[in-house]
Design a protein around this ligand. Structure first.
Ligand code: FES
Length: 101
């Protein structure tokens, strides 16, 4: 595994998400206050893209069938999804984000 710098199209505000392509993977980058999270970008139930789905607290809600995922570890916290989203370490260093894949 190695760290990869990521460039976002624009800085993320708190509670915003963006989907990026990195090393052939679709990664969802989320920000809540000053915390960043990097997760696989599609719901593990039926692969629905999560980038435009709402967040509630630390959860992402997949509105297609109602699954909920905890951004901190990708684990499902409700709904029909039983598998976690992949969760990747992410760090902010000198204003730049790095994700470890
Ligand atoms: S695709 Fe997300 S809950 Fe079914």
């Amino acid at each position: 595994m190695s760290w990869h710098p990521i460039e976002l199209p624009s800085p993320l505000a708190s509670r915003e998400k963006v989907s990026i392509s990195l090393e052939g993977r679709e990664i969802l980058v989320c920000r809540v206050d000053d915390q960043y999270f990097a997760l696989s970008a599609r719901c593990t139930h039926s692969a629905w893209p999560l980038v435009n789905e709402p967040t509630e607290g630390m959860e992402i809600v997949c509105t297609l069938h109602g699954a909920r995922f905890d951004m901190r570890d990708g684990c499902p916290s409700g709904g029909p999804a039983s598998k976690p989203l992949s969760s990747y370490p992410i760090e902010l260093r000198d204003g730049e984000l790095y994700v470890r894949l």
